[in-house]
Write a protein that binds this ligand. Structure first.
Ligand code: M6R
Length: 369
């Protein structure tokens, strides 16, 4: 069943190029525009929406955080993202003009299910982004977009995350298409970018040996920090979550801009700090700011592990370890930047003797609140 891999997680990491391509399959027509027939919420209703609210847990929540950037940028609709376990307890403002997106790999997560039930009671439309056919969350939603990642067995979510991201980008573009905030040409160009991601992920997977080697040398560390900005911030959180659940290590993700508001006090000699660097082309101001962050933490003795685009030379002098990822449009970078962090966590956990498919205290789907 593991297809020659020692762990399901390794198999599922390797399956990501195909999974990402499968999520796009059948959703783009011959002219390069989107045909999301499954989204049975009529375009007329989607045009009346004045707010999007995303609810999810864990890794799916990180996908939601990234989706917010795409939805707001491409549709100009305000978008909130909330942990499903917090959502209904704060009396959220919901009505028929709110589109709620529930993201869940298993489709059985009780917190997410209760959040969507609450939203439907308030008259909101719910769109599920889900990987498991016929599970409870899609059955109770108004519409569902399946991620088609194939079964995910390892407790740590990998291919489900990447495909959730692709599905979120598709929904964001679809909203832009029906609401007219994105022109056909722009949508076609963005879809072309999305279609090239499977190949980019494949390339990243082919260059992971140094990341594995590095992970093994860090097996006895107590803490690893992750920094990112913009869509790289949720990627940092995801890298930290993977390390917590698999390696049972203290790992924390920070928005790099917050460093000076507190976390920089944690930086000490030889502390591994992973930094996800935004593209120097897109939002170049952010790129430059992160380069100064790397400089600052290195000056305090931290060991910098820098994930940066091919051709980004500005980071070279400050990187103790440099992990290259292919250049992508800014919003799509998480699809490639997350992969080294999955490999890193998996290898580090294995080096510590842990079973990465069945981490202690965790279940694949959390069906209690
Ligand atoms: O099945 P779901 O996507 O609803 O699960 C949500 C979380 O429980 C899940 O992503 C969890 O955080 C993973 N173990 C992370 O790797």
């Amino acid at each position: 069943e593991k297809g020659g891999y020692d762990y399901f997680m390794l198999k599922e990491i390797a399956e990501q190029p195909k999974a990402v391509a499968d999520t796009l399959l059948g959703r783009i027509d011959g002219s390069g525009s989107l045909t999301l027939d499954e989204v049975r919420i009529p375009p007329g209703v989607l045009r009346e929406i004045d707010k999007v609210v995303i609810v999810a847990c864990g890794t799916a929540f990180h996908a939601g955080m990234i989706a917010k950037y795409a939805i707001e940028h491409w549709t100009r609709l305000p978008c909130e993202v909330e942990l499903a376990s917090e959502f209904r307890y704060r009396d959220p403002i919901l009505d028929a003009q709110t589109l709620v997106i529930a993201i869940s790999q298993s489709g059985e997560t009780m917190d997410t299910l209760m959040a969507l039930r609450h939203a439907r009671e308030q008259g909101s439309k719910v769109l599920a982004i889900c990987n498991t056919n016929g599970s409870t969350i899609p059955r109770e939603s108004d519409a569902v977009l399946y991620t088609h990642a194939g079964p995910e067995v390892a407790v740590a979510s990998t291919k489900a995350f990447l495909t959730q991201l692709v599905a979120c980008y598709l929904v964001a573009l679809y909203l832009g298409q029906v609401r007219g905030t994105k022109g056909a040409d722009e949508i076609r160009a963005l879809i072309r970018d999305l279609s090239s991601i499977a190949g980019a992920v494949e390339r990243v997977l082919g260059t992971m040996e140094p990341v594995r080697e590095l992970a093994r040398t860090l097996a006895s560390k107590r803490t690893v920090l992750f920094l990112g900005r913009h869509v790289g911030y949720p990627v940092a959180l995801e890298g930290a979550l993977k390390l917590k659940e698999l390696a049972y290590m203290h790992a924390e993700g920070f928005a790099a801009g917050e460093l000076k508001h507190g976390p920089i006090a944690l930086i000490e000699e030889d502390l591994p700090v992973v930094v996800v660097v935004p593209s120097p082309r897109g939002r170049s101001v952010l790129h430059d700011k992160i380069v100064s962050n790397i400089q600052e933490i290195r000056a305090r003795g931290a060991r910098t592990i820098v994930i940066a685009e091919e051709g980004d030379e500005a980071v070279v002098p400050y990187a103790d370890h440099l992990v290259r990822i292919p250049a992508t449009p800014t919003l799509l970078q998480p699809l490639v930047a997350t992969v080294p962090l999955q490999v890193f966590a998996c290898e580090l956990a294995t080096a510590r003797g842990n079973d990465v498919d069945q981490p202690r205290n965790l279940a694949k789907s959390v069906t209690v609140e």
